[in-house]
Write a protein that binds this ligand. Structure first.
Ligand SMILES: [Zn+2]
Length: 320
């Protein structure tokens, strides 16, 4: 049997998404040696998703032996027990899955699991915009608005793995309905999909906008026209105001030194960051506290989740 030396050893880092599964072979230095992408078939439910995971693990372990698996999944994940405690309807049947145990059975090596956005935060702390931060706050603007908190290099989980669901912080009581069952959650204003949905709704009311000529509205279109189009400006301002309010309140609660904004909207660059900084500056802060945190955009993009999953697996191996 081929022996795996410490120098060449890899962990298998898996990032389960609603659309795709990514699986990277990652060494101790954080180099992604080989990456695999597969459609996740998550909407078909638990059984279909587990079948894709099994195929991905078999393919990658044939390529290279692994010493552990680290895996990020959407939903509330109990890191200690390895169980998916709660997942909304996007992955039917996923709630209650003993994910760690399933992965260990498939891979034949120890596995460790966590929430996908927690691992995006950990990845940025290891290799990206959060390097060196003592208290790093992460907000990921993707399908929804995910959050993560890294304190002294470790993910903050709360009591049962439900911490840092910043997307469901309410910024407008009684506002837009949210998939969580409440009304006025920030992700219903600031997540890219929500911005597009709101714009499409207002167009049906007959509000004039350049977006009326778009076949499929995206958040990028809204940001692009925010300076000149009334509807785009309103939708974008709502997003920025909601985001700034949440960040401001989190600053008071957590005192982070670095805040990392990730997800698809990061491509907007200064068009996102400049108004967000301006909105934060409208809140009063004593001059003595100026510059106590840095607001940054993610530098790892799509690799953040894989690198976070790898880092978690390496940490687990070293501290188990
Ligand atoms: Zn919500």
């Amino acid at each position: 049997m081929k022996q795996t030396s410490k120098k060449t050893a890899c962990v298998l880092a898996i990032d389960i998404g609603g659309t795709n599964i990514k699986a990277g072979l990652v060494d101790r230095a954080g180099v992604i040696r080989h990456m695999l992408h597969r459609p996740s078939h998550a909407a078909r439910g638990r059984k279909a998703l587990l079948a894709v995971l099994a195929e991905v693990i078999a393919t990658q372990t044939r390529r290279m032996p692994i010493v552990a698996v680290g895996c990020g999944s959407p939903g509330t994940i109990n890191h200690a027990t390895g169980m998916v405690t709660y997942m909304q309807a996007h992955i039917p049947g996923w709630t209650g899955t003993l994910l760690r145990q399933e992965l260990e059975r498939m891979a034949g090596v120890p596995a460790t699991v966590d929430n996908d956005v927690n691992l995006v935060a950990l990845g940025e702390h290891w290799k990206g915009a959060g390097r060196g931060a003592r208290c790093q706050l992460s907000l990921a603007l993707g399908t929804g608005l995910g959050g993560g908190l890294i304190v002294d290099g470790r993910i903050f989980h709360g009591a049962g793995g439900r911490a840092t669901e910043f997307g469901h912080m309410i910024v407008r009581p009684g506002g837009e309905p949210c998939t969580c069952g409440n009304f006025g959650c920030v992700e219903q204003y600031a997540a890219p999909g929500a911005m597009a949905r709101r714009a499409a709704y207002y167009l049906t009311l007959g509000i004039p906008s350049v977006l009326a000529h778009c076949t499929a509205i995206s958040a990028a279109d809204i940001i692009k026209h925010a300076a000149t189009d009334h509807l785009c400006r309103q939708i974008f301002n709502d997003a920025i105001d909601g985001l700034a309010l949440v960040i401001w309140n989190l600053l008071q609660a957590l005192d982070p030194d670095v805040i990392v904004i990730g997800g698809g909207l990061v491509k907007a660059g200064p068009a996102l960051l400049t108004p967000l900084r301006a909105a934060l500056a409208t809140y009063y802060s004593p001059p003595e506290l100026a510059g106590r945190f840095t607001l940054k955009l993610s530098t790892l993009g799509d690799d953040a989740g894989i690198l976070g999953a790898a880092r978690m697996a390496w940490d687990w191996l070293e501290h188990a």
